[in-house]
Design a protein around this ligand. Structure first.
Ligand code: FAD
Length: 410
């Protein structure tokens, strides 16, 4: 489409301008609108982004993906107002990240290159009917056979498996009872070797094309991304990328919703004034806008600091932004009045449902808070100082004996 070189796209300003130009094209808009109305993920969007260097831009000469590119791409996907496409594109992008970072074989590297070029579509699946939040409950296996691996089992949720060419599968590395042991491995398997079930009719994010898959097939050893025992750590790294991307998508989606809501408020009149003139509404929107803006700065900060993204910070970002997104969509819908709840009059209801999906996909609120909880650090020194100052009689009995027990202070 426009003139660009791979080198210029590594510059964030050129990347952003190029992406905006692609998304403004009539042909791109048509792909997105058709996907939303048919409820099917469009391969064409991956092809366009691939052809235009969008996926490759963040990897040039780098051992790790450039998070700033992820943030801009995700923000723009969020602003499309089409949660299904946003989620499935970022799953494809996160699968590329897994292959680029951990794929050791020539074949995995070739497939990563094809995926960056938009020639193949990738998806990732861990979730099974009996194992979602608890990944150590996964029962599907990868067992050594004839110089490769027999992979056998099923996955309940895989997006967008109905259009993907390859799937990253999280599998147990042995058939024996694990007794809680982590022996998860990751493999890349062509979807042509799976049975892909009927696409689910999801409440929101309709064009995500999530479908179950079942498999009993053989893959060569070169398709192993992470050997047994390392799969969970590798997948957690990929999920950190994915969760950061989801947070940036939701910030983009919130800014879209708040922007159109403010426009609506400035135009619609009630009781002789615009809705914006009514202080109660204006301040409610201002409060939400303040929180969204602060989250945007937080995500910018994470991208700017090389130590900013980790399993914990990405979980914290995703759960915080997604819950805020739910409030934003709900309030915007409310301020639109009846037009907010009529499918024929506004997309607000659709956006509200899309953000609800994001509280489940990519890890539920509770699982993400568990990740944060695992890193909570007690500040014993301040606690002891506090007790010494305010309850000196407790010092002997409490601080020295059992510092972790709660003490009523004040
Ligand atoms: C639109 C969509 C697309 C998806 N696409 C994919 C995909 O491409 N690949 C993939 O692998 N998965 C995908 N998923 C699945 C998603 O990751 C899981 O649904 C999610 O991890 C939750 O698992 P579950 O559905 O089995 O719920 P469960 O694990 O059964 O949890 C049910 C509820 O209980 C809560 N809960 C569970 N355990 C605890 C606990 N110990 N403490 C407190 N609360 C708890 C959970 O937070 C949740 O609210 C997708 C989901 C959606 C909605």
């Amino acid at each position: 489409m426009t003139t660009r070189t791979e080198a210029t796209l590594t510059e964030i300003a050129s990347f952003q301008a190029h992406l905006d130009a692609i998304l403004a094209l009539e042909s791109t808009r048509r792909i997105i609108d058709d996907a939303e109305s048919t409820g099917t993920f469009p391969r064409a969007i991956i092809e366009v982004f691939g052809r235009e260097g969008i996926f490759a831009a963040k990897w040039r000469e780098r051992p790790l993906p450039a998070l700033e590119h992820t943030r801009i791409l995700s923000d723009r996907l969020g602003r499309l107002g089409c949660g299904g496409i946003a989620s499935a594109v970022s799953l494809h992008d996160s699968a590329i990240a897994l292959l680029r970072r951990f794929g050791r074989s020539e074949r995995l590297r070739q497939i990563a290159d094809q995926a960056m070029a938009g020639d193949v579509v990738l998806c990732i699946s861990a979730t099974e009917a009996g194992a979602g939040s608890d990944m150590l409950g996964i029962r599907s296996t990868a067992v050594a056979e004839a110089g490769g691996f027999r992979v056998r089992g099923h996955k309940k949720m895989a997006s967008p498996s109905s259009v993907a060419d390859y799937i990253v599968l999280a599998l147990r590395g042995s058939e024996e009872s694990r007794q809680g042991r982590d022996d998860l491995a990751l493999f890349l398997v062509p979807t042509s070797q799976l049975r892909v079930g009927k696409t689910f009719d999801t409440v929101g994010a309709r064009s995500i094309s999530t479908a179950p898959v079942a498999f009993d097939t053989w893959v060569p050893a070169e398709m192993m991304i992470a050997r047994p025992g390392t799969g969970l750590a590798v997948l957690s790294w990929g999920l950190a990328q994915e969760r950061y991307a989801m947070a940036a998508q939701i910030v983009g989606a919130c800014e879209l919703a708040l922007g159109v809501t403010v426009a609506r408020m400035k135009r619609r009149e009630s009781f002789g004034a615009t809705l914006f003139d009514h202080q109660a509404l204006r301040l409610r929107v201002a409060e939400l806008q303040s929180r969204v803006e602060m989250m945007r700065w937080a995500l910018n900060g994470m991208a700017a600091d090389p130590a900013g993204l980790n399993v914990r910070s990405s979980a914290a970002a995703k759960v915080t932004v997604v819950r805020l997104g739910g409030e934003v969509m709900s309030e915007c819908m409310h301020i639109f009045g009846s037009a907010g709840v009529l499918e024929s009059e506004s997309p607000l209801g659709r956006w509200w449902r899309d953000v609800k999906m994001a509280r489940i996909g990519g890890g539920t609120d509770e699982m993400l808070w568990e990740i944060v909880a695992a890193g909570l650090e007690p500040d014993h020194a301040s606690y002891e100082r506090l007790v010494r100052e305010w309850q000196p009689e407790m010092v002997e009995s409490d601080c020295s004996a059992d510092a972790d027990q709660p003490v009523a202070v004040g």
